[in-house]
Ligand binder design. Structure first.
Ligand SMILES: C[S@@+](CC[C@H](N)C(=O)[O-])C[C@H]1O[C@@H](n2cnc3c(N)ncnc32)[C@H](O)[C@@H]1O
Length: 214
């Protein structure tokens, strides 16, 4: 199911501030490494992340799901001067690409990569309100857990962004019942009912939720 008319999707993509050579090269290399992949966020979503990180004045950000590093570059670029990004993934192979591009973008000192199941990395953080910005874009069945680990660690006014919350429209297809479908419906309903946050779901690409801690 198209979330947005494909022609309008192209138009939207063409009307975000343009990507630089680093991001363009990363897209090309990623598609050579994983042909046909849809895992990488698109450029307009990346611009949105950088803008949101800047708007929240973030100094400490957490990313769950690095892959080859597109979203981490966008987040790290929005951090304030001494900002830090804790980046969680399980793949040495994919994040080795990310490391090269962080270096090329001059961001390697800002990113702390942890190769481990993200739930372990998140649970190892003190339960204190220190996180300014978080982006969740990893295994869909983990979203409810990642969200619950992050909310108590977000500072008031901090923002959690979740990707793929529409699952290509499967959220409104009653016959779509795999574990990921159920997890995404669960987290969408949880966030809507969660008085700790103010939330809105955007029909950008595969659906993006913004949840701001009150
Ligand atoms: C959709 S991709 C992330 C795309 C990335 N945000 C980007 O912009 O290119 C999902 C990533 O989550 C990682 N992942 C899957 N399960 C994970 C887990 N349990 N803990 C941490 N990362 C995980 C995968 O290795 C993969 O790199």
């Amino acid at each position: 199911m198209d979330i947005v008319n494909p022609a309008l999707d192209d138009y939207l993509l063409a009307h975000a501030s343009p990507a630089d050579d680093i991001l363009r090269d990363l897209v090309e290399e990623t598609h050579q490494l994983v042909p046909g992949t849809s895992m990488q966020i698109t450029h307009d979503e990346g611009e949105l992340l950088t803008m949101l990180v800047r708007l929240t004045g973030a100094a400490f950000a957490v990313e769950v799901g690095v892959f080859t590093g597109y979203s981490s570059i966008c987040i790290a670029r929005g951090l304030n001067a001494d900002g830090r990004l804790l980046a969680c993934d399980v793949s040495e192979e994919w994040t080795s690409v990310a490391r090269r591009y962080w270096e090329r973008a001059g961001l390697e000192d800002r990113v702390d990569l942890r190769i481990a199941p993200a739930v372990e990395t998140l649970r190892a953080l003190p339960v204190e309100e220190t996180v300014d910005f978080a982006f969740i874009d990893a295994d869909k069945s983990g979203y409810p857990t990642y969200y619950e680990e992050l909310v108590p660690r977000m500072r008031p006014g901090g923002l959690i962004v979740l990707d793929n919350v529409l699952r290509g429209g499967r959220v409104v297809d009653p016959s779509a019942q795999d574990a990921d479908d159920r997890a995404i419906r669960q987290i969408n309903d949880t966030i809507t009912a969660d008085s700790r946050v103010q939330s809105v779901m955007l029909p950008l690409r595969d659906g993006v939720t913004l949840a701001r801690k009150r």
